[in-house]
Design a protein around this ligand. Structure first.
Ligand code: BG6
Length: 476
């Protein structure tokens, strides 16, 4: 069976500035740079962001490899901590302007569409120490200044813009579940930070519409939509699933696409005394500045059940998880290295949800992928990593994506995380995701089997699936 994809479909991959470039010549430290400085033992094998995958120095060679495997679009991010010299005034650093101009030009020269994101977990740490970071509306305005500089400098050539990557991960990592510096557990701050990031996104979109220099220019947001699936049809499990969806997905999705936060969520937050501080003027800005299109990062589903303890009887501090518990579905398929369930059909459910509940807005899969450790296990005699598991993972997701598209969902592309193995926050280089491997000691980069495979897909806009694989897909 051949899956057919439209001409001009985006076949590409995503990375971020902090995870690929390395810290070279950056004036400011971001939250992770700082965390590594003070607690390197928190990072896998104590490998930090210093060199990352050396993109700052080797971007021409790296882009040549991306071209070689047929990718027609790449997302990366501009680092606030690199571009801006004076964070309050929003003045730019000349070396950074040179660097990003050269990167953008190199992509375009190689017929690769540069897709630029403005924030990938990389708040300048000074702004956290001075103002509480995203807790502060002053920081929202400083981010908007940074965004303005990006639009002024690069929107003559960059058509595709995104304001944030996975804002919910910032909320969870920094304020709820302790996997991003400063590792707080504070529900009230978490809610305010979610609101402030949405406000920052809307304000940046407003400025984009004034400053954009390209008639085709578009701006959106990238959300990690993790569909919740309830354990059963029991009313308590359904209620848990509904709240998980409101908090994890609809909060940013509704505000970004429809211009309003979900009323049901706001009502629960208000009842609990947790609602964000918002002005009418800010809500009007959010309403008026919805996105042109959407990026969806999808890795794994959420399986949820009613919380073991009734939300009303909890005396502990407020957490969104008082309304839902995770549930380990028996027999689930796992990527054991990363500890995430593999459930490709969710991509179909996401596509249909966008079609039916969000005005069938244009969207693309902005991240999907499989992090696998010790991939040298799969090296063949020719020195190529035979990552058949990754090819199958992509094929299965494309099967369901193709079905959602056939049923009218407006998806225009698929990006794997990531083109070249890159540094992964606390996990550093433990799990590898790329079409191309990186030796972190020598920085030698080698195309994996999946890289050769995607080239053929990108050239033909077709994905061939064996009958046995289709049976596996349909039985899962
Ligand atoms: C996404 C992020 O959530 O997942 C990436 O946008 C990240 O920045 C990727 O690297 C993979 O997750 P991890 O934890 O394995 O790096």
């Amino acid at each position: 069976m051949n899956l057919e994809f439209p001409k001009n479909f985006w076949w590409g991959a995503a990375t971020s500035g902090p995870q690929s470039e390395g810290r070279f010549n950056k004036k400011h430290a971001n939250m992770f740079d700082y965390w590594y400085e003070i607690q390197p033992e928190e990072f896998y094998n104590q490998v930090g962001p210093d060199t990352a995958s050396n993109f700052y120095n080797s971007f021409r060679e790296d882009i040549a490899l991306m071209k070689e495997i047929g990718l027609n679009s790449i997302r990366t991010s501009i680092q606030w901590t690199r571009l801006i010299d004076d964070l309050e005034a929003g003045t730019v650093n000349e070396d950074a302007v040179r660097f990003y101009n050269e990167v953008i030009d190199e992509f375009i020269k190689n017929d690769i569409r540069p897709v630029i994101n403005l924030h990938h977990f990389d708040l300048p740490v000074e702004l956290y120490h001075r103002y509480g970071g995203w807790e502060s509306k002053h920081v929202v305005d400083l981010y908007v200044k940074f965004a303005e500089r990006c639009f002024e400098l690069f929107s003559d050539r960059v058509v595709d813009w995104f304001t944030f990557n996975e804002p919910m991960v910032i909320v969870e990592g920094e304020y709820l579940h302790q996997f991003h510096y400063p590792n707080l557990v504070d529900g009230k701050k978490a809610v305010q930070v979610a609101y402030n990031i949405q406000l920052a996104s809307a304000k940046a979109i407003a400025r984009f519409r004034e400053l954009n220099r390209n008639p085709d220019g578009r701006i959106g947001i990238i959300l990690n939509l993790t569909p919740p699936y309830p354990k059963s049809d029991a009313p308590e499990d359904l209620a848990a699933s509904e709240f998980a969806d409101l908090w994890l997905n609809q909060l940013f999705m509704n505000a970004s696409t429809l211009g309003e936060f979900p009323e049901k969520l706001a009502a629960v937050l208000e009842k609990d005394g947790m609602l964000w501080d918002a002005s009418q003027e800010e809500l009007t800005t959010i309403k008026a500045n919805t996105i042109d299109y959407l990026g969806v990062n999808y890795y794994h589903p959420h399986r949820v059940q009613a919380p073991a303890v009734s939300p009303n009887s909890l005396t502990v501090d407020w957490m969104p998880e008082k309304y839902f518990d995770e549930y380990e579905m028996p027999g689930r398929r796992m990527n054991v290295d990363k500890g995430w369930e593999i459930y490709p059909k969710a991509i179909y459910d996401i596509g249909i949800n966008i079609r039916d509940n969000y005005g069938n807005i244009d969207w693309f899969v902005s991240e999907n992928g499989m992090g696998v450790s010790r991939e040298e296990r799969y090296l063949n005699e020719a020195g190529v990593i035979e990552d058949d598991y990754r090819i199958q993972f992509i094929q299965e997701h494309l099967y369901w994506l193709n079905k959602a598209m056939a049923e009218g969902s407006h998806c225009f592309g698929y990006h794997l995380w990531t083109p070249i193995d890159c540094w992964s926050w606390k996990n550093a280089y433990r799990n590898r995701y790329g079409f191309i491997s990186t030796n972190i000691h020598t920085q030698v980069k080698t195309i994996k089997k999946s890289g050769h495979w995607i080239k053929n897909v990108a050239e033909t806009n077709q994905v061939t699936l064996e009958d046995t694989l289709i049976k596996t897909i349909e039985n899962n």
